[in-house]
Design a protein around this ligand. Structure first.
Ligand code: HGA
Length: 606
């Protein structure tokens, strides 16, 4: 989603702002802009589309000055035009904003009653105009910003820059993350630590409701009640990490290839060298709960769908599951003996965070599975389990998905152990299966050339169906989502058994049907459904293992063969062809793989 950056530097700010915005490109955006103070005067440059358009503009119309703010916008209110791009400004203040100001209509009316008109379609402009109104009423900048923030409803991360105030930025957060960066005689603001990676690794995260007055001498923070507070300064290793593609054409390709390594790192964290499960202490007591609620959005939701099978089949623990945007408003009762688990790569997903807060309000024990351990979701949880995937830059999640599955799998085994629903030998075998995963995924990656070849055919299709049964049904859902996200081909997933209840009407020779079926206990059932497709002229791509290929390969359009694996963990391995097919289809179609249209990486608005 939107990226925010602020600089109080000792050199020209514009190049630093543009570079930092470049580090935020991965979040997805449709326009960009910066404002600086040149000898105390506010100047703004904004451009629609990629950051390069803004850079080009700056070549012809440079902005000078050592203080500035910048923004990459993912439009929520108003089309992605130059007028709607941030920073928004009044005569003496400029503002960048991430989030949604929900009472912007009322604010507009208030401004209009005073003869102040708006000139954009955004909610954000009202923030700049309101602050300007307070400045016009002779409030000093710090007070004008505080008074403005007090009037806002909704979610925001904000950064204000004032004319004639080259040593001041005001930053505030409610519902959207914001970080302060500490330099040597310089200070920074960023919507995440990655934005500031080239500027500093010393970061202070603002808490919910905080307002920060930033000067080159440091930062003074006030909490939601206006009390001065101290927030810890941390060294963030990840921020310094080079955000580069390591020789790959796209971040997505790099992140797919990284999976054996990051899964091995996660295994090292969650299993002892002797192969026992090692969860952080104190861990959840699975014998004290009768139900587990799993909540997430998008790909993380499909990881939860897989985990439901694991918790129910292996640990005999009833699981309720929902997408966060529905869960948060559904007012579900949460029985006393229950826990709720939230999965989010960024740990900032707005709907998931709101769902977590609802469950917490109901008294449930809160667990989370996140990649960013400093995130709001991690901090609001009783137990936060890191997936240790490293920075994921591609908008389409890949390594975070498989790492989420690995952590959820280890947790399900732990639940089974505690609840006595698994015997020693079976537990040891499944643990062995988990340990084998990095090697198997490494082998699995060798199907890339085949996936690339098959994808040339898929790229011609207008619609594609994915089928899976049991634990593979969520993988079919994930495969369809991945393909839609980056290739823009319409794809749907169905539980194989559901096909004949409607969607089979779609099947003809133009609709490829991708069947995900390892040779497991449900293989024969899935193969029957596959035969039903082929009997109607359907063109089947079967993804299976050697045994499955031998039995059911005849008559299919294509077969992709993966190594054999403990069927329990097959969803983790079968994520690889789902990712590779989506990736190569998108490449064949020439779409923007890492920053697909309309999508954002960390969805911080609801
Ligand atoms: N509502 C603002 C900012 C949008 C946003 O935060 N996206 O992530 C706008 O539409 O400009």
């Amino acid at each position: 989603m939107c990226g925010i950056v602020g600089v109080l530097g000792t050199h020209e700010a514009a190049p630093l702002l543009v570079e930092a915005l470049g580090r935020l490109e991965y979040r997805g955006y449709d326009s960009a802009g910066i404002a600086t103070l040149d000898e105390g005067r506010l100047g703004r440059r904004r451009a629609v589309g990629k950051l390069v358009n803004l850079s080009d503009k700056l070549v012809h119309e440079p902005l000078r000055g050592h203080s500035g703010i910048g923004h990459t916008r993912w439009a929520t209110h108003g089309a992605p035009t130059e007028a709607n791009a941030h920073p928004h400004a009044g005569a003496r203040v400029a503002v960048v904003h991430n989030g949604i100001i929900e009472n912007y209509r009322e604010l507009r009316e208030e401004l209009s009653a005073r003869g102040i008109g708006t000139s954009t379609d955004t909610d954000t402009e009202t923030v700049a105009l309101l602050c300007q109104l307070y400045l016009d009423q002779q409030m000093p900048p710090r007070e004008a910003a505080a008074a403005t923030i007090a009037k806002l409803e909704g979610a925001y991360a904000l950064c204000f820059l004032f004319e004639d105030e080259p040593d001041l930025l005001i930053a505030a957060r409610k519902g959207s993350p914001l970080a302060i960066g500490h330099g040597e005689g310089e200070m920074f603001v960023g919507s995440d630590a990655i934005a500031l990676g080239n500027l500093t690794d010393r970061i202070t995260y603002l808490d919910e409701g905080d307002r920060a007055e930033v000067t080159r001498a440091g930062v003074v923070i006030f909490d939601a009640q206006g009390r001065e507070v101290t927030r810890p300064e941390k060294r963030i290793a990840q921020a310094a990490a080079q955000v580069d593609k390591a020789g790959h054409k796209h971040f997505m390709a790099k992140e797919i290839a990284e999976q054996p390594r990051v899964l091995a790192a996660a295994l090292g964290h969650y299993l002892t060298p002797e192969g026992r499960i090692a969860l952080p202490e104190p861990c959840i007591d699975f014998t004290a709960i009768d139900r587990l609620t799993l909540v997430a959005c998008g790909t993380a939701f499909y990881a939860c769908n897989v985990a439901k099978y694991w918790f129910e089949q292996v640990a005999r623990l009833p699981v309720e599951i929902d997408v966060a945007s529905e869960f948060r408003y559904r007012e579900p009762p949460m029985p006393a003996r229950s826990a709720a688990l939230f999965v989010s790569q960024s740990g900032e997903t707005a709907d998931t965070l709101a769902a977590l807060r609802y469950a917490k309000g109901q008294g449930a024990q809160i667990l989370s599975v996140v990649n960013v351990t400093e995130s709001s979701i991690a901090r609001d949880s009783d137990i936060a389990l890191p997936i240790l995937a490293g920075a994921e830059i591609g908008v389409a999640s890949t390594k975070a998905f498989t790492c989420q599955l690995l952590v959820l799998g280890a947790l399900a085994l732990e639940a089974a152990r505690q609840r006595g629903t698994i015997d020693e030998a079976t537990l040891a075998a499944h643990l062995q299966g988990l340990r084998a995963l990095p090697g198997l995924i490494d082998q699995g990656l060798s199907i890339e050339a085949e996936c690339q070849r098959v994808s040339r055919g898929l790229a011609e299709a207008r619609d594609i169906l994915f089928l899976g049964r049991g634990r593979m049904y969520p993988l079919a859902l994930e495969g369809a989502l991945k393909l839609k996200e980056i290739s823009y081909i319409h794809a749907e997933a169905y539980a194989s058994g559901e096909l004949k209840h409607g969607p089979i009407a779609l099947v003809d020779e133009h609709v490829p049907v991708i069947v995900m079926a390892p040779h497991d206990e449900l293989f024969d059932k899935t193969v029957s459904n596959m035969q039903e497709v082929m009997a109607r002229g359907g063109k089947v791509l079967l993804i299976t293992d050697t045994k499955g290929a031998r039995i059911a390969g005849d008559g299919t359009w294509e077969v992709i063969t993966l190594p054999e694996i403990d069927p329990l963990w097959a969803p983790i391995l079968y994520a690889v062809p789902a990712q590779l097919l989506a990736y190569h289809t998108a490449v064949a179609k020439g779409t923007d793989v890492d920053q697909p249209r309309n999508l954002a990486k960390s969805v911080t608005v609801e």
